[in-house]
Design a protein around this ligand. Sequence first.
Ligand code: M6R
Length: 600
Amino acid sequence: MCGIVGYIGEENSKDILLNGLEKLEYRGYDSAGIAVLNDAGMNVFKVKGRIAALRDQVDDEVQATMGIGHTRWATHGEPSVDNAHPHQSLSERFTLVHNGVIENYYEIRDEYLKNMDLKSETDTEIVVQLIEQLYEEVHDVQQAFRQALSLLKGSYAIALVDNENSDMIYVAKNKSPLLVGLGDGFNVVASDAMATLKETDRYVEIEDKEIVLVKRDQVQIQKLDGTTVERESYVAEIDAADTEKGTYPHFMLKEIDEQPLVIRKIIQEYQDSDDTIKLDEDIRKAMKKADRIYIIAAGTSYHAGLVGKQFIEKLANIPVEVHIASEFSYNMPLLSEKPLFIYISQSGETADSRSVLVQTKQLGHPALTVTNVPGSTLSREADYTLHLHAGPEIAVASTKAYTAQIAVLAILAVDTARAKGVELAFDPLQELGIVASAMESLTDQKESFEVIAKDMFETTRNAFFIGRGMDYFVVQEAALKLKEISYIQAEGFAGGELKHGTIALIEDGTPVIAISTQDNVNLSIRGNVQEVAARGANACVVSMKGLEKDDDSFVLPQVHELLTPLVSVIPMQLLAYYAALHRDCDVDKPRNLAKSVTVE
Ligand code: M6R
């Protein structure tokens, strides 16, 4: 989604801003711009499209030691140069970039900006015009900024520059992520540390409804009422090399290949010296105390939650409900007496999940966030965090975060079972070691999946995935992966449901992929494959060793029955990848999508 970068220092800011915006490309955007201030005034460059086009447009000669930049993912108004940020006030004195959604922008327009000839259709322009309007009354930029913020409803991360003050970037946030990075003789602003890792690894968090005055050699945090806030900086534990593709053609392929390493890293991080599970005692207590667990997530993380439910119910005997965050938010079910909420989110910034977290915190219920980004909003606002240790995930299509989520949930479930005195024969750390090797053998056989992808998906308009039990959860993820990056209309169905309606969609050549990794449903899912094949489907089966039949398309290495999703999903990720590649799709940055969905 939208991204912000700001720089104030001694270097030429345009290069730092453009490089930073490039690092944010993975989040998804449709237009971009920068504004840099020098003695000649404000220089604004904006394009619809990619940063490469913005680079071409930016004047090579321009020198300026401060500026702000933005990637926009359209919410109010179509993707266009006019709607791209930065936006300027009528007199062009103030220039601003904004992430988030101003919910009361019509009200502000009608009350404060009547008859003004606005230049864009965005909610953002309202903010910069409001600041100028208020400045004309109070003649003090900080005061005008503060007053404007107090009128805004909704979410925002804002960076503002005043043409008449090249020594300061005014920054503020509410609900949308924003960080200030600290340097020697310079400071930076970023909606994601990834954008400025080349400049610094030292950051200061900004809390909601705070203002930050960012100068070259000073950063001052204030509350909206003007009182100063002291806050320690922290070092972001992201290796800048992890954010590069290296020799890979796409981040998605790199991230698929990284999965065995991630699983081994998780084993290392969650293993104590005596081979027991290392986990925060408070999390253990919270899990033990819960009479029901509510897993809240979106997209791929929701699919990981469906698998996690099986672990927690089967191993720790605690009932679990898995909910789509955006639905739960507006339609909360009856809650148990002692609920524990688990928020699963790769980015830790998903606005739909955050909206639920805010509500459940208000109700006084404990919250645990399982995320790849400790320090993210969902991590900071929950009581506890479990880290995925997957390293930065850049491709929009989530792969390694999904398997990391499942692995961490398996460890959590076993730890809870042990804490409750349940005797288990299942050792997750040992079994995950076997999974890592199995994953490796699959990523080593990519060509097989490239061949299947070409056969099944090169020209099709639709595709179906079927499975039962654990495999049903994986086929839902398989369908999401395929549709989001190849734009093939794909669905994941429970094998037994076909005859209740879906089978009507099967025509000559319709691709149907079945997963069979569960002994108790192996025969029934194969029966379902026969049913679709008899109606002309181009059907194939991916089975697990021990359950295979002669004409299966691929046989997966055997792993513990509970952990099969970690292995069966790898071919599905690779099939989606090659399908997108053969259809000339932009694998890492699929149309209309954003990596981190920070608007509801
Ligand atoms: O960062 P989150 O895990 O909270 O993101 C949730 C979804 O937006 C995300 O999983 C999305 O579905 C991915 N594009 C799937 O590949």
